[in-house]
Design a protein around this ligand. Sequence first.
Ligand code: TRP
Length: 486
Amino acid sequence: MTTRQRPRTLWLGRWGFVLAATGSAVGLGNIWKFPYMTGEYGGGAFVLVYLACILAVGIPVMMAEIAFGRRGRGSPIDAIRRVVRESGSGAWWSLFGWMAMLCGFLILSFYVVVAGWSFSYLWKTLTGGLNGTSVDDMAMIFAANNANPWHLGFWSTLVTLLTMVIVGKGVREGIERSVSWMMPGLVIMLALMIVYAAFSGGFSDGVAFLFSFEVGKLSSEGLLAALGHAFFTLSLASGAILTYGAYLPDQRSIARTTVSVAIADTIVALMAGLAIFPVIFANGMDPASGPGLLFMSLPLAFQAMPLGTLFGVIFFTMLSMAALTSAISMIEATVAWLNESRGISRAKASWGAGSLLWVISTLAMMSFNVGSEWTLAGKHVFDWLDFLTSRFMMPLGGLGMALMAGFLLRHEIFRSELNLTPVQHALWLFMVRYVSPLGIVLVFIDSLGIVTLDLAAQWPWLLAILVAITAVGEMASPRLKRQLSE
Ligand code: TRP
Protein backbone atom coordinates (compact mmCIF):
# COMPACT_ATOMS: atom_id res chain seq x y z
CA MET A 1 0.00 0.00 0.00
CA THR A 2 1.27 3.44 -0.81
CA THR A 3 0.74 6.25 1.58
CA ARG A 4 -1.60 8.92 0.44
CA GLN A 5 -0.39 12.33 -0.55
CA ARG A 6 -0.98 14.96 2.06
CA PRO A 7 -2.98 17.87 0.70
CA ARG A 8 -1.40 21.32 0.79
CA THR A 9 -4.66 23.17 0.91
CA LEU A 10 -8.27 22.11 1.17
CA TRP A 11 -11.49 23.93 0.43
CA LEU A 12 -12.62 25.55 3.63
CA GLY A 13 -16.38 25.29 3.32
CA ARG A 14 -18.60 22.36 2.65
CA TRP A 15 -19.62 23.88 -0.68
CA GLY A 16 -16.19 25.18 -1.62
CA PHE A 17 -15.51 22.66 -4.34
CA VAL A 18 -19.02 22.65 -5.74
CA LEU A 19 -19.13 26.46 -5.95
CA ALA A 20 -15.70 26.75 -7.52
CA ALA A 21 -16.25 23.91 -10.00
CA THR A 22 -19.68 25.27 -10.91
CA GLY A 23 -18.04 28.66 -11.36
CA SER A 24 -15.64 27.04 -13.77
CA ALA A 25 -18.35 25.15 -15.61
CA VAL A 26 -20.78 28.05 -15.89
CA GLY A 27 -19.40 30.33 -18.55
CA LEU A 28 -20.07 31.69 -21.97
CA GLY A 29 -20.95 28.20 -23.16
CA ASN A 30 -23.98 28.18 -20.89
CA ILE A 31 -25.14 31.60 -21.93
CA TRP A 32 -24.38 32.05 -25.58
CA LYS A 33 -24.37 28.51 -26.82
CA PHE A 34 -26.58 26.11 -24.91
CA PRO A 35 -29.87 28.04 -25.08
CA TYR A 36 -29.46 28.54 -28.79
CA MET A 37 -28.57 24.91 -29.48
CA THR A 38 -31.62 23.86 -27.51
CA GLY A 39 -33.93 25.99 -29.58
CA GLU A 40 -32.27 24.97 -32.82
CA TYR A 41 -32.16 21.22 -32.29
CA GLY A 42 -35.59 20.38 -30.99
CA GLY A 43 -36.15 21.89 -27.54
CA GLY A 44 -37.06 19.34 -24.90
CA ALA A 45 -35.86 16.50 -27.12
CA PHE A 46 -32.41 18.10 -27.30
CA VAL A 47 -32.37 18.68 -23.54
CA LEU A 48 -32.97 14.97 -22.98
CA VAL A 49 -30.17 13.98 -25.35
CA TYR A 50 -27.87 16.52 -23.75
CA LEU A 51 -28.63 15.09 -20.30
CA ALA A 52 -27.85 11.61 -21.61
CA CYS A 53 -24.48 12.90 -22.87
CA ILE A 54 -23.77 14.53 -19.52
CA LEU A 55 -24.51 11.18 -17.86
CA ALA A 56 -22.59 8.99 -20.29
CA VAL A 57 -19.58 11.17 -21.05
CA GLY A 58 -19.43 14.26 -18.85
CA ILE A 59 -20.00 12.81 -15.40
CA PRO A 60 -17.77 9.71 -15.74
CA VAL A 61 -14.82 11.72 -17.09
CA MET A 62 -15.30 14.44 -14.49
CA MET A 63 -15.28 11.82 -11.73
CA ALA A 64 -12.05 10.41 -13.10
CA GLU A 65 -10.48 13.88 -13.23
CA ILE A 66 -11.43 14.70 -9.66
CA ALA A 67 -10.11 11.31 -8.54
CA PHE A 68 -6.79 12.02 -10.28
CA GLY A 69 -6.56 15.39 -8.56
CA ARG A 70 -7.49 14.16 -5.12
CA ARG A 71 -5.28 11.09 -5.25
CA GLY A 72 -2.27 12.99 -6.58
CA ARG A 73 -2.98 16.16 -4.60
CA GLY A 74 -1.45 18.63 -6.97
CA SER A 75 -1.39 20.36 -10.33
CA PRO A 76 -2.29 18.13 -13.29
CA ILE A 77 1.38 17.42 -14.02
CA ASP A 78 2.27 16.43 -10.48
CA ALA A 79 -0.99 14.69 -9.68
CA ILE A 80 -0.93 12.54 -12.80
CA ARG A 81 2.75 11.74 -12.31
CA ARG A 82 2.10 10.57 -8.76
CA VAL A 83 -0.95 8.49 -9.61
CA VAL A 84 0.83 6.91 -12.55
CA ARG A 85 3.87 6.14 -10.43
CA GLU A 86 1.66 4.61 -7.75
CA SER A 87 0.39 2.29 -10.48
CA GLY A 88 3.87 1.44 -11.69
CA SER A 89 3.34 2.93 -15.15
CA GLY A 90 5.70 5.11 -17.17
CA ALA A 91 6.16 8.72 -16.14
CA TRP A 92 5.55 9.95 -19.65
CA TRP A 93 1.81 9.63 -19.08
CA SER A 94 2.13 12.90 -17.21
CA LEU A 95 2.34 14.49 -20.67
CA PHE A 96 -1.44 14.46 -20.40
CA GLY A 97 -1.03 16.68 -17.37
CA TRP A 98 1.16 19.08 -19.34
CA MET A 99 -1.37 19.16 -22.09
CA ALA A 100 -4.25 19.84 -19.70
CA MET A 101 -2.37 22.68 -18.04
CA LEU A 102 -1.39 24.20 -21.36
CA CYS A 103 -4.93 23.80 -22.64
CA GLY A 104 -6.39 25.78 -19.72
CA PHE A 105 -3.75 28.47 -20.19
CA LEU A 106 -4.39 28.79 -23.91
CA ILE A 107 -8.16 28.84 -23.53
CA LEU A 108 -7.75 31.66 -21.07
CA SER A 109 -5.60 33.66 -23.46
CA PHE A 110 -8.53 34.16 -25.81
CA TYR A 111 -11.24 33.92 -23.16
CA VAL A 112 -10.02 37.14 -21.52
CA VAL A 113 -10.73 38.95 -24.78
CA VAL A 114 -14.31 37.73 -24.77
CA ALA A 115 -14.67 38.48 -21.06
CA GLY A 116 -13.31 41.93 -21.93
CA TRP A 117 -16.20 42.43 -24.35
CA SER A 118 -18.56 41.70 -21.51
CA PHE A 119 -16.90 44.18 -19.14
CA SER A 120 -16.79 46.86 -21.81
CA TYR A 121 -20.49 46.34 -22.57
CA LEU A 122 -21.27 46.68 -18.89
CA TRP A 123 -19.48 50.02 -18.99
CA LYS A 124 -21.22 51.06 -22.21
CA THR A 125 -24.62 50.21 -20.77
CA LEU A 126 -23.89 52.25 -17.66
CA THR A 127 -22.66 55.25 -19.61
CA GLY A 128 -25.23 55.14 -22.41
CA GLY A 129 -22.79 54.09 -25.10
CA LEU A 130 -25.10 51.60 -26.77
CA ASN A 131 -27.41 53.86 -28.72
CA GLY A 132 -28.60 52.32 -31.90
CA THR A 133 -31.87 51.55 -33.54
CA SER A 134 -31.10 48.47 -35.58
CA VAL A 135 -29.01 45.34 -35.44
CA ASP A 136 -26.77 46.98 -38.03
CA ASP A 137 -26.14 49.92 -35.71
CA MET A 138 -25.25 47.45 -32.98
CA ALA A 139 -22.93 45.58 -35.30
CA MET A 140 -21.18 48.88 -36.02
CA ILE A 141 -20.77 49.61 -32.32
CA PHE A 142 -19.33 46.13 -31.83
CA ALA A 143 -16.94 46.58 -34.74
CA ALA A 144 -15.84 50.00 -33.48
CA ASN A 145 -15.25 48.52 -30.04
CA ASN A 146 -12.94 45.93 -31.57
CA ALA A 147 -11.16 48.25 -33.96
CA ASN A 148 -9.20 50.17 -31.34
CA PRO A 149 -6.45 48.02 -29.80
CA TRP A 150 -5.97 50.39 -26.87
CA HIS A 151 -9.59 50.24 -26.00
CA LEU A 152 -10.03 46.50 -26.43
CA GLY A 153 -6.66 45.84 -24.80
CA PHE A 154 -7.67 47.90 -21.79
CA TRP A 155 -10.58 45.55 -21.08
CA SER A 156 -8.73 42.29 -21.66
CA THR A 157 -5.89 43.58 -19.49
CA LEU A 158 -8.37 44.44 -16.77
CA VAL A 159 -9.79 40.90 -16.87
CA THR A 160 -6.27 39.46 -16.75
CA LEU A 161 -5.44 41.60 -13.74
CA LEU A 162 -8.63 40.69 -11.87
CA THR A 163 -8.00 37.01 -12.55
CA MET A 164 -4.42 37.15 -11.34
CA VAL A 165 -5.31 39.11 -8.21
CA ILE A 166 -7.93 36.54 -7.23
CA VAL A 167 -5.76 33.50 -8.00
CA GLY A 168 -2.70 35.10 -6.41
CA LYS A 169 -4.52 35.36 -3.10
CA GLY A 170 -4.77 31.62 -2.88
CA VAL A 171 -7.31 28.84 -2.98
CA ARG A 172 -9.30 29.85 0.07
CA GLU A 173 -8.73 33.56 0.30
CA GLY A 174 -8.89 34.18 -3.42
CA ILE A 175 -10.84 31.55 -5.33
CA GLU A 176 -13.19 30.21 -2.70
CA ARG A 177 -14.00 33.59 -1.28
CA SER A 178 -14.78 35.13 -4.65
CA VAL A 179 -16.93 32.26 -5.93
CA SER A 180 -18.85 32.13 -2.68
CA TRP A 181 -20.48 35.47 -3.47
CA MET A 182 -20.23 35.54 -7.25
CA MET A 183 -22.04 32.25 -7.85
CA PRO A 184 -25.07 33.02 -5.65
CA GLY A 185 -25.04 36.54 -7.08
CA LEU A 186 -25.09 35.15 -10.59
CA VAL A 187 -28.08 32.92 -9.86
CA ILE A 188 -29.99 35.77 -8.20
CA MET A 189 -29.35 38.04 -11.17
CA LEU A 190 -30.50 35.35 -13.59
CA ALA A 191 -33.65 34.84 -11.52
CA LEU A 192 -34.36 38.59 -11.63
CA MET A 193 -33.87 38.52 -15.38
CA ILE A 194 -36.33 35.65 -15.73
CA VAL A 195 -38.94 37.61 -13.78
CA TYR A 196 -38.28 40.56 -16.08
CA ALA A 197 -38.51 38.29 -19.11
CA ALA A 198 -41.81 36.92 -17.81
CA PHE A 199 -43.29 40.41 -18.11
CA SER A 200 -41.69 41.20 -21.43
CA GLY A 201 -44.52 39.82 -23.50
CA GLY A 202 -42.38 37.19 -25.20
CA PHE A 203 -42.27 34.62 -22.44
CA SER A 204 -44.49 32.00 -24.00
CA ASP A 205 -42.59 32.27 -27.28
CA GLY A 206 -39.32 31.88 -25.42
CA VAL A 207 -40.55 28.86 -23.51
CA ALA A 208 -41.91 27.32 -26.68
CA PHE A 209 -38.59 27.87 -28.45
CA LEU A 210 -36.70 26.22 -25.62
CA PHE A 211 -38.92 23.40 -24.56
CA SER A 212 -41.33 22.38 -27.29
CA PHE A 213 -40.55 18.76 -27.85
CA GLU A 214 -39.62 18.31 -31.50
CA VAL A 215 -37.94 14.99 -32.12
CA GLY A 216 -37.86 15.72 -35.84
CA LYS A 217 -35.37 18.58 -35.36
CA LEU A 218 -32.94 16.39 -33.51
CA SER A 219 -30.52 15.83 -36.35
CA SER A 220 -27.23 13.97 -36.29
CA GLU A 221 -25.62 17.39 -36.05
CA GLY A 222 -27.65 18.08 -32.91
CA LEU A 223 -26.56 14.82 -31.31
CA LEU A 224 -22.90 15.55 -31.93
CA ALA A 225 -23.32 19.11 -30.72
CA ALA A 226 -24.84 17.81 -27.49
CA LEU A 227 -21.96 15.41 -27.04
CA GLY A 228 -19.28 18.02 -27.64
CA HIS A 229 -21.02 20.57 -25.48
CA ALA A 230 -21.36 18.15 -22.55
CA PHE A 231 -17.60 18.02 -22.51
CA PHE A 232 -16.93 21.70 -22.97
CA THR A 233 -19.52 22.96 -20.53
CA LEU A 234 -18.10 20.93 -17.65
CA SER A 235 -14.62 22.41 -18.30
CA LEU A 236 -13.14 18.95 -18.73
CA ALA A 237 -9.60 18.10 -19.84
CA SER A 238 -8.24 21.57 -19.27
CA GLY A 239 -6.71 21.18 -15.85
CA ALA A 240 -9.36 23.16 -14.03
CA ILE A 241 -11.46 20.41 -12.52
CA LEU A 242 -8.47 18.19 -11.79
CA THR A 243 -6.69 20.95 -9.88
CA TYR A 244 -9.81 21.91 -7.96
CA GLY A 245 -10.17 18.21 -7.14
CA ALA A 246 -6.74 18.31 -5.51
CA TYR A 247 -8.27 20.50 -2.79
CA LEU A 248 -11.27 18.24 -2.15
CA PRO A 249 -11.30 16.74 1.35
CA ASP A 250 -11.04 12.95 1.57
CA GLN A 251 -14.41 12.37 3.12
CA ARG A 252 -16.38 14.15 0.35
CA SER A 253 -18.08 11.88 -2.18
CA ILE A 254 -16.70 12.48 -5.65
CA ALA A 255 -19.83 11.10 -7.30
CA ARG A 256 -22.15 13.32 -5.34
CA THR A 257 -20.15 16.49 -5.87
CA THR A 258 -19.84 15.76 -9.60
CA VAL A 259 -23.58 15.28 -9.95
CA SER A 260 -24.22 18.53 -8.05
CA VAL A 261 -21.94 20.47 -10.39
CA ALA A 262 -23.50 18.93 -13.49
CA ILE A 263 -27.02 19.71 -12.26
CA ALA A 264 -26.14 23.28 -11.28
CA ASP A 265 -24.45 23.84 -14.65
CA THR A 266 -27.49 22.58 -16.54
CA ILE A 267 -29.93 24.61 -14.45
CA VAL A 268 -27.96 27.80 -15.10
CA ALA A 269 -27.90 27.07 -18.83
CA LEU A 270 -31.68 26.59 -18.89
CA MET A 271 -32.17 29.71 -16.78
CA ALA A 272 -30.06 31.68 -19.24
CA GLY A 273 -32.34 30.56 -22.04
CA LEU A 274 -35.43 31.63 -20.08
CA ALA A 275 -33.84 35.01 -19.38
CA ILE A 276 -32.67 35.76 -22.91
CA PHE A 277 -35.09 34.41 -25.50
CA PRO A 278 -38.33 35.99 -24.23
CA VAL A 279 -36.62 39.39 -24.45
CA ILE A 280 -35.47 38.61 -27.99
CA PHE A 281 -38.91 37.42 -29.10
CA ALA A 282 -40.73 40.28 -27.40
CA ASN A 283 -38.85 42.57 -29.75
CA GLY A 284 -39.58 40.51 -32.80
CA MET A 285 -35.97 39.48 -33.34
CA ASP A 286 -34.48 36.24 -34.53
CA PRO A 287 -32.75 34.00 -32.03
CA ALA A 288 -29.05 33.52 -32.66
CA SER A 289 -25.98 32.38 -30.80
CA GLY A 290 -22.52 33.69 -30.08
CA PRO A 291 -21.36 37.30 -29.96
CA GLY A 292 -24.23 38.45 -32.16
CA LEU A 293 -26.79 37.38 -29.57
CA LEU A 294 -25.13 38.89 -26.53
CA PHE A 295 -23.54 41.99 -28.00
CA MET A 296 -25.97 42.96 -30.72
CA SER A 297 -29.49 41.55 -30.44
CA LEU A 298 -29.81 41.62 -26.69
CA PRO A 299 -28.57 45.20 -26.09
CA LEU A 300 -30.89 46.38 -28.82
CA ALA A 301 -33.82 44.56 -27.24
CA PHE A 302 -33.07 46.05 -23.84
CA GLN A 303 -33.06 49.51 -25.34
CA ALA A 304 -36.57 49.17 -26.57
CA MET A 305 -37.90 48.03 -23.21
CA PRO A 306 -38.89 49.70 -19.95
CA LEU A 307 -36.12 49.40 -17.33
CA GLY A 308 -33.92 48.15 -20.16
CA THR A 309 -30.80 49.94 -18.93
CA LEU A 310 -31.15 48.48 -15.46
CA PHE A 311 -31.56 44.97 -16.83
CA GLY A 312 -28.79 45.50 -19.33
CA VAL A 313 -26.51 46.33 -16.41
CA ILE A 314 -27.71 43.27 -14.52
CA PHE A 315 -27.18 41.09 -17.56
CA PHE A 316 -23.63 42.22 -18.31
CA THR A 317 -22.67 42.07 -14.64
CA MET A 318 -23.91 38.50 -14.57
CA LEU A 319 -22.04 37.65 -17.77
CA SER A 320 -18.82 39.23 -16.51
CA MET A 321 -19.00 37.25 -13.29
CA ALA A 322 -19.66 34.01 -15.15
CA ALA A 323 -16.58 34.67 -17.28
CA LEU A 324 -14.41 35.63 -14.33
CA THR A 325 -15.19 32.53 -12.27
CA SER A 326 -14.25 30.43 -15.32
CA ALA A 327 -11.11 32.44 -15.95
CA ILE A 328 -9.69 31.85 -12.49
CA SER A 329 -10.11 28.09 -12.89
CA MET A 330 -8.21 28.07 -16.18
CA ILE A 331 -5.04 29.51 -14.70
CA GLU A 332 -5.15 27.77 -11.33
CA ALA A 333 -3.40 24.66 -12.70
CA THR A 334 -0.45 26.72 -13.91
CA VAL A 335 -0.18 28.72 -10.71
CA ALA A 336 -0.45 25.57 -8.59
CA TRP A 337 2.29 23.93 -10.64
CA LEU A 338 4.67 26.90 -10.39
CA ASN A 339 3.99 27.06 -6.69
CA GLU A 340 4.45 23.38 -5.89
CA SER A 341 7.04 22.19 -8.33
CA ARG A 342 9.06 25.32 -8.78
CA GLY A 343 8.74 26.62 -5.23
CA ILE A 344 7.56 30.05 -6.35
CA SER A 345 5.15 31.84 -4.00
CA ARG A 346 1.56 31.94 -5.20
CA ALA A 347 1.61 35.69 -5.57
CA LYS A 348 4.76 35.62 -7.70
CA ALA A 349 3.57 32.59 -9.67
CA SER A 350 0.37 34.40 -10.38
CA TRP A 351 2.09 37.54 -11.67
CA GLY A 352 4.55 35.49 -13.70
CA ALA A 353 1.86 33.37 -15.34
CA GLY A 354 -0.28 36.49 -15.75
CA SER A 355 2.48 38.31 -17.61
CA LEU A 356 2.91 35.53 -20.14
CA LEU A 357 -0.84 35.27 -20.41
CA TRP A 358 -1.03 38.98 -21.07
CA VAL A 359 1.41 38.73 -23.97
CA ILE A 360 -0.50 35.91 -25.66
CA SER A 361 -3.90 37.43 -24.97
CA THR A 362 -2.73 40.74 -26.39
CA LEU A 363 -1.78 38.95 -29.60
CA ALA A 364 -5.21 37.33 -29.58
CA MET A 365 -6.84 40.70 -28.95
CA MET A 366 -4.95 42.19 -31.91
CA SER A 367 -6.64 39.67 -34.21
CA PHE A 368 -9.54 42.10 -34.18
CA ASN A 369 -7.59 45.18 -35.19
CA VAL A 370 -3.90 45.77 -35.93
CA GLY A 371 -3.22 42.05 -36.33
CA SER A 372 -6.12 41.30 -38.63
CA GLU A 373 -3.62 40.47 -41.36
CA TRP A 374 -1.58 38.06 -39.26
CA THR A 375 -3.10 34.82 -40.39
CA LEU A 376 -1.90 31.30 -40.86
CA ALA A 377 -3.97 29.04 -43.06
CA GLY A 378 -6.69 31.65 -42.97
CA LYS A 379 -6.96 31.79 -39.20
CA HIS A 380 -6.06 34.60 -36.79
CA VAL A 381 -4.26 34.09 -33.52
CA PHE A 382 -7.62 34.19 -31.75
CA ASP A 383 -9.12 31.54 -34.02
CA TRP A 384 -6.05 29.35 -33.78
CA LEU A 385 -6.15 29.34 -30.00
CA ASP A 386 -9.81 28.42 -30.05
CA PHE A 387 -9.30 25.77 -32.73
CA LEU A 388 -6.31 24.10 -31.11
CA THR A 389 -7.83 23.93 -27.66
CA SER A 390 -11.41 22.94 -28.36
CA ARG A 391 -10.80 20.75 -31.41
CA PHE A 392 -7.58 19.00 -30.40
CA MET A 393 -6.37 19.42 -26.88
CA MET A 394 -9.68 18.98 -25.08
CA PRO A 395 -10.77 15.82 -26.95
CA LEU A 396 -7.30 14.25 -26.79
CA GLY A 397 -6.91 15.13 -23.13
CA GLY A 398 -10.33 13.75 -22.30
CA LEU A 399 -9.58 10.56 -24.15
CA GLY A 400 -6.31 10.22 -22.26
CA MET A 401 -7.97 10.73 -18.89
CA ALA A 402 -10.71 8.22 -19.64
CA LEU A 403 -8.36 5.53 -20.94
CA MET A 404 -5.82 6.00 -18.16
CA ALA A 405 -8.55 5.70 -15.56
CA GLY A 406 -10.25 2.84 -17.34
CA PHE A 407 -7.34 0.64 -18.35
CA LEU A 408 -3.92 1.76 -17.30
CA LEU A 409 -3.96 2.57 -13.65
CA ARG A 410 -4.26 0.37 -10.63
CA HIS A 411 -7.86 -0.17 -10.14
CA GLU A 412 -7.70 0.00 -6.41
CA ILE A 413 -6.94 3.73 -6.66
CA PHE A 414 -10.25 4.53 -8.29
CA ARG A 415 -12.13 2.09 -6.16
CA SER A 416 -11.02 3.79 -3.01
CA GLU A 417 -11.29 7.36 -4.37
CA LEU A 418 -14.73 6.93 -5.90
CA ASN A 419 -16.03 4.60 -3.22
CA LEU A 420 -19.07 3.44 -5.19
CA THR A 421 -21.23 0.36 -4.82
CA PRO A 422 -20.02 -2.56 -7.02
CA VAL A 423 -22.81 -2.01 -9.53
CA GLN A 424 -22.20 1.74 -9.74
CA HIS A 425 -18.51 1.11 -10.08
CA ALA A 426 -18.96 -1.37 -12.91
CA LEU A 427 -21.19 1.16 -14.65
CA TRP A 428 -18.63 3.95 -14.22
CA LEU A 429 -15.92 1.68 -15.55
CA PHE A 430 -17.96 0.74 -18.60
CA MET A 431 -18.58 4.41 -19.34
CA VAL A 432 -15.00 5.49 -18.86
CA ARG A 433 -13.56 2.58 -20.82
CA TYR A 434 -15.89 2.42 -23.78
CA VAL A 435 -18.77 4.86 -23.93
CA SER A 436 -16.92 8.11 -23.20
CA PRO A 437 -13.96 7.32 -25.49
CA LEU A 438 -16.29 6.37 -28.31
CA GLY A 439 -18.26 9.59 -27.81
CA ILE A 440 -15.11 11.69 -27.78
CA VAL A 441 -13.76 9.98 -30.89
CA LEU A 442 -17.05 10.59 -32.72
CA VAL A 443 -16.99 14.30 -31.92
CA PHE A 444 -13.33 14.44 -32.91
CA ILE A 445 -13.92 12.72 -36.25
CA ASP A 446 -16.88 14.95 -36.91
CA SER A 447 -15.08 18.16 -36.10
CA LEU A 448 -12.18 17.25 -38.34
CA GLY A 449 -14.60 16.47 -41.09
CA ILE A 450 -12.84 13.22 -42.02
CA VAL A 451 -16.03 11.24 -42.40
CA THR A 452 -19.55 12.53 -42.60
CA LEU A 453 -21.41 11.14 -39.66
CA ASP A 454 -25.11 10.52 -39.81
CA LEU A 455 -25.95 9.07 -36.45
CA ALA A 456 -29.61 8.60 -37.28
CA ALA A 457 -28.64 6.13 -40.00
CA GLN A 458 -25.41 4.80 -38.60
CA TRP A 459 -26.39 4.07 -35.03
CA PRO A 460 -26.69 0.28 -35.51
CA TRP A 461 -23.08 0.29 -36.71
CA LEU A 462 -21.98 2.36 -33.78
CA LEU A 463 -23.74 0.05 -31.39
CA ALA A 464 -22.01 -2.90 -33.02
CA ILE A 465 -18.64 -1.13 -32.69
CA LEU A 466 -19.34 -0.40 -29.03
CA VAL A 467 -20.21 -4.04 -28.36
CA ALA A 468 -17.14 -5.22 -30.26
CA ILE A 469 -14.66 -2.95 -28.50
CA THR A 470 -16.26 -3.77 -25.18
CA ALA A 471 -15.81 -7.49 -25.84
CA VAL A 472 -12.21 -7.07 -26.99
CA GLY A 473 -11.39 -4.66 -24.18
CA GLU A 474 -12.82 -6.91 -21.50
CA MET A 475 -10.98 -9.94 -22.83
CA ALA A 476 -7.74 -8.02 -23.04
CA SER A 477 -7.82 -6.84 -19.47
CA PRO A 478 -8.18 -9.97 -17.34
CA ARG A 479 -5.82 -8.51 -14.78
CA LEU A 480 -8.15 -5.62 -14.11
CA LYS A 481 -11.08 -7.95 -14.07
CA ARG A 482 -9.47 -10.07 -11.42
CA GLN A 483 -8.77 -7.03 -9.34
CA LEU A 484 -12.36 -5.92 -9.69
CA SER A 485 -13.77 -9.19 -8.46
CA GLU A 486 -11.41 -9.44 -5.51
N1 TRP B 1 -17.17 25.55 -19.17
C1 TRP B 1 -16.96 26.83 -19.76
C2 TRP B 1 -18.24 27.31 -20.38
O1 TRP B 1 -19.23 26.63 -20.43
C3 TRP B 1 -15.89 26.83 -20.81
C4 TRP B 1 -14.63 26.09 -20.52
C5 TRP B 1 -14.09 25.14 -21.29
C6 TRP B 1 -13.78 26.24 -19.43
N2 TRP B 1 -12.96 24.69 -20.72
C7 TRP B 1 -12.74 25.34 -19.59
C8 TRP B 1 -13.82 27.05 -18.33
C9 TRP B 1 -11.72 25.23 -18.66
C10 TRP B 1 -12.81 26.93 -17.38
C11 TRP B 1 -11.78 26.03 -17.54
O2 TRP B 1 -18.28 28.40 -20.89
